[in-house]
Write a protein that binds this ligand. Structure first.
Ligand code: ADP
Length: 165
């Protein structure tokens, strides 16, 4: 039997419980899932790529099928580099669909051998995004329901906010 490999690309700025939920689902389907942090928009990010990779490594350390890497350039090229036939993406609400659909069709045009697999998170994470987490953290709000403890700690350090702990 050949082993199946997928990549799960994204910004992960920062990783949330929604991302973790998706990674857990993906490793049940694929033998190996490489969580791939894009370096394409590094300048606009709160966390450096290195910080995001380290957080993802720590919070997925209990998942034997999960790997973490970073990449620059086209997602389909990185998928090929990993010998992955699938790109995993998350669909929260219908509003994600249009964007994910156009990305999937574009990637299909770029490389016919790589398909996009969309997974739905648990209902608890349907309204969770990195953007909202950053906004809450920037005003000193409690982000513990949204992100793993390590990420909450890193957010407090970033915003110089220690009073909530
Ligand atoms: P990007 O900037 O590439 O959209 P994100 O880190 O925001 O990167 O998201 C990476 C992928 O994870 C996307 O497919 C996104 O829809 C999905 N995702 C983000 N948050 C959640 C969540 N709460 N539940 C399920 N999927 C999610």
């Amino acid at each position: 039997m050949t082993s199946s490999t997928a990549i799960y690309p994204g910004s992960f700025d920062p990783p949330t419980w929604g991302h973790v939920d998706l990674i857990r689902r993906a490793v049940r389907i694929f033998d190996t899932v490489t969580v791939a942090v894009t370096t394409n928009y590094e300048k606009r990010s709160l966390f450096t790529v290195k910080e995001r990779v380290e957080m993802l490594q720590a919070i997925t350390s209990d998942l034997p099928g999960a790997r973490v890497a970073s990449f620059h350039g086209l997602t389909v090229d990185f998928a090929q580099e990993c010998n992955a036939r699938a790109i995993v993406r998350g669909l929260r609400a219908i509003s994600d669909f249009e964007f994910e659909h156009s990305m999937a069709v574009t990637n299909q045009k770029l490389n016919e051998d790589v398909d996009t697999v969309c997974l739905m998170p648990s209902e608890a994470y349907l309204f969770l995004s990195s953007r909202v987490v950053k906004e809450v953290a920037s005003f000193g709000g409690d982000v513990s329901p949204f992100v793993p403890p390590l990420v909450a700690e890193r957010l407090r350090e970033k915003f110089g906010e220690h009073k909530g702990s």
